[in-house]
Design a protein around this ligand. Sequence first.
Ligand code: SF4
Length: 228
Amino acid sequence: MRISELYQSVQGEGEYLGTPSVFLRTTGCNLRCWFCDTPFTSWQPEGSDVPLPVLLEKLLSFDCEHVVITGGEPLLPVEIEPLTAALNRVGRFLTIETAGTIFRPVSCDLMSISPKLQNSTPPATRSSRWAARHEALRYQPNVIRELIRRYRYQFKFVIDQPGDVTQVEDYLTTLPEVDRSRVWLMPQAVSAIELTEKSAWLEALAAESGFRFTSRWQIAEFGNVRGR
Ligand code: SF4
């Protein structure tokens, strides 16, 4: 399995914010968000191939119940199926962080879905090929339906501008089966200053719209750095 990072930190977003967790970051993504905060897993993918038994041993060497598998897009590699099954067998609490464009029958305790809205599409001037591919792939309602049918879930939408909340509403109109109480809005930010500025209006907007607001602890604490 191609891995970019493995480290222990604290979950910075959503329902389990503040929970000590081990983060396994796969590399490779089928999308190319302009604001991607891990370009080393998407625009310029880096990482090493780690055999599954070695990866499992490394993961279990952390004395930490919560494991977060993130990316990149962690549902791309087929090895995630046996890996999550093995972690489940030994009682780890597993969160998978996905953009919700690919389905795999994994084992997990929380499917954390961060769908990518129109506000994520990169400009054609950056890459016309990726702009078209991203736009064609980012919305996969049948995958979302399958994920929320099978797993306990949360949605986290990245909001850059106040008008983006309208895109969230439009998105949810097409998926009425999504429980709005499990929908979180979080600011697009790569620095603590940007996070503070956007949180000021987004927290109020989320409350008005009946969504939950989540800050991003790791950005507030460290900025956009690896291994945090
Ligand atoms: S889906 Fe996630 S990892 Fe992929 S490009 Fe977008 S932000 Fe980056």
